[in-house]
Write a protein that binds this ligand. Sequence first.
Ligand code: SAM
Ligand code: SF4
Length: 378
Amino acid sequence: MRTLGLYIHIPFCQQKCNYCDFYSFSATDKAKEDYINALCTHIEMEADCYKDCEFDTVYIGGGTPSILDPLLIERLGLAIKKHLKLTQGAEFSIEINPGTLTEEKLHSYKKIGVNRLSIGLQSTDDKLLFMLGRIHSLKDFEASYYLARKNGFDNISLDLMYSLPNQTKEDFLRTLKKAISYKPEHISAYCLKIEENTQFGKIKDILVLPNEDEEYETYLDLVDTLEKNGYSQYEISNFSKEGRRSRHNMKYWLSNEYVALGPSAHSFFNGKRYSYNPSVQEYVDSIQNGIAPKKQFEEENRYSLSKIDEYVMLRMRLSDGVSCEEFKGLFGKNLLCEYPRLEEFVAQGYVSCKNGAYSFTPKGFFVSNYILTEILSF
Ligand SMILES: C[S@@+](CC[C@H](N)C(=O)[O-])C[C@H]1O[C@@H](n2cnc3c(N)ncnc32)[C@H](O)[C@@H]1O
Ligand code: SF4
């Protein structure tokens, strides 16, 4: 049976963080309920398209899914189970923000089959958390984390960010070591990106940010510290204990199919990439009028990469890299003939070639965007 991933976007947050440009905002209880009802109807409307498919991963992300009332999350879980086939043992993740979690919510997650939590810690320094506009302190995080453990969640990922304003490498390594001390199964660590449409974007000229050399040093120490503590890197920003990679996120990088519901959510299904407009109002209105929200197909609205470049770009995000044999099998071409400059970066230590696969070294990962633009044909 054909297998798929399912992503559901919850575009609500208690308050907007100063760095974040994900599609999310604060909303009334009524708006949240209308949205969940619309999502449930949308799942039912679309169910027929997936009658020959099984979902082996589900990811409820945001925004802040843990802001939802337990009854709403159960309603959503019921709709998923009623209208879609889930594989036995499917990975079922939900994103949690410290400061929004309760035991009752954890019970609801268990009830609908959630078996993986992704908690946004970002930093263990309360001053930095405040500066980022987070709604929680380290103590709030610890309360959420231990509550989740007490309630039997044995697969937890933590999100961290580095290269924050006024943060030194040593500051970040303190956060990292503290995060490791909780023994999560998975850690994602992202370098802060200043996005135009955010509070940080507006004041970027006065922010004191680490320079590129400091960022580079921090990244190398991050990879090294995590490796030494039993977290292997499997993607630029993702590290896990043995067997605990995010199966859902792997689908994005392996170009496997996934269906995503909700405003701003992006899907890859039947060989096509499409998304829904980032407007909750439009999404809910359309469904309430009995019309499925309009899918914006990528070719219609964006410049897209060739299939072969896209494959190489996504695979190179993974530590496993691009296998010459798989490449040949898929495209009937020799990887090095297509991308001869790979060898140049091998010679410079940015790319390695092991067991017939090309992949970035840690220092290559750091400049991967630059190298990919040099290697690929766009
Ligand atoms: C989908 S977001 C939100 C998850 C959740 N709402 C939270 O805040 O914890 C997932 C992660 O992306 C990261 N992130 C968001 N904006 C970022 C930015 N501008 N630069 C780097 N990382 C960012 C944060 O680590 C965040 O936890
Ligand atoms: S980082 Fe998370 S909590 Fe903060 S605004 Fe973005 S989605 Fe919401």
